[in-house]
Design a protein around this ligand. Structure first.
Ligand code: FE2
Ligand code: FE2
Length: 363
């Protein structure tokens, strides 16, 4: 039974927790039939302290109910509208998917080829002056302890190695996509911040577990939500609206997409990866990054992506990032015995690397 004591305790918690707990208890009808709500009138009549607490709970509950009803109604309307325009077909069409800049595709191919030589890689990078200068700047950064000493592209490639060059090239190319031809709006900017933080965080987590190729974790972290970019082109402003609906109904963002659009961004991201000829071991975890238990191969990468997405949530969407103690309770963190202090370090390290990369690569 939802006791007065629990109601009082509830209102001592932060608003985000209050709402979550009331939403959750509503599904179990926990307080609907509770005696404290049935006796609310008498409590209020007495001007009793508990009466006021219960009254606050009713106001909040009614607000949640109204919000959910409005959201459901709006979602129904949007579903009909999108079905009429054949949105699933539009989003599945290959020519609607973004193209990865050709230099990134060529660098991906050459760095995956064990027989490729430094001369071949340098020849590709030299064709893009701005990319070459970013690689030189990166090699001369404090990160590698050779400030001002690396003067040629050959020595930069030698110092950084093929795999680091690969993620640098993919990062700068991905940034071009997220910049939307130099006209990014706020949604593109916050999606890019989320992408880069998830990439850095996924790389740090993979490194800590030492069970994965860390560059793969970085690339998948960076591009896991590329499907959202595709959907945003067709439905501008959908990020904010779908987040709001998800919050009102206490369901995940991708569940709102599946309900309203009929396809979610994970599936679209997977199609983009296939279209770019990325290997299946990367495409599958990305296509399942919110449902990692469904990934048949590279499941650990899918779990890392799912977890890191909660560590660095999209700004202005699901509220503030959860504190380290909440993150330490995530199943993946528990399974790998990642402690609260290790998570706090992960957050701080990711922030540092983010600042350095944004600065060095002029992102
Ligand atoms: Fe996602
Ligand atoms: Fe994400």
């Amino acid at each position: 039974m939802f006791s007065l004591f629990r109601a009082e305790e509830l209102f001592c918690s932060p608003p985000r927790i209050q709402k979550k707990r009331l939403q959750q208890s509503r599904s179990g009808n926990e307080y609907e039939n509770s005696s404290c709500l049935r006796s609310v009138d008498s409590n209020l009549a007495l001007g009793h302290y508990f009466g006021i607490t219960v009254h606050k709970m009713i106001v909040l509950r009614e607000g949640i109910r109204l919000e959910a009803d409005i959201a459901r109604e709006q979602m129904n309307k949007e579903r009909d509208r999108l079905a009429e325009m054949g949105i699933v077909r539009v989003l599945s069409e290959t020519h609607e998917l973004p193209a990865l800049p050709s230099i990134a595709t060529r660098v991906m191919q050459i760095t995956s080829d064990p027989k490729a030589t430094l001369v071949e890689l340098r020849a590709i990078i030299e064709t893009d002056e701005s990319l070459a200068s970013k690689i030189l700047r990166f090699a001369n950064s404090a990160l590698y302890g050779r400030v001002g000493m690396v003067t040629t592209l050959t020595s930069a490639i030698n110092l950084l190695g093929f795999l680091t060059i690969r993620w640098l090239v993919v990062t700068t190319s991905a940034h071009t996509l997220f910049r939307r031809g130099g006209k990014p709006d706020n949604d593109h900017i916050r999606l890019w911040e989320h992408a880069l933080k998830c990439a850095i965080g996924a790389r740090l987590l993979a490194k800590q577990l030492s069970a994965l190729r860390i560059e793969e974790a970085f690339i998948c972290g960076l591009l896991h939500d590329v499907g959202k970019l595709v959907i945003m082109e067709k439905l501008p402003g959908y990020l904010t609206t779908f987040c709001k609906w998800g919050e009102a109904l206490d369901i995940e963002f991708y569940e709102v997409e599946a309900d309203v659009i009929g396809i979610d961004h994970c599936e679209v991201s997977g199609s983009v990866f296939e279209n770019w000829h990325f290997p299946e071991v990367l495409a599958e975890p990305v296509a399942n990054h919110h449902t990692p238990e469904r990934a048949k191969q590279n499941g650990q990468l899918a779990h890392i992506l799912c977890t890191i997405d909660k560590v660095f949530p999209l700004r202005d969407c699901t509220g503030d990032a959860p504190p380290a103690d909440e993150l330490a309770a995530l199943p993946f963190m528990l399974e790998h015995s990642i402690t609260e202090s290790e998570i706090a370090k992960l957050l701080a390290d990711a922030d540092d690397v983010y600042g350095e990369m944004a600065d060095l690569l002029r992102l």
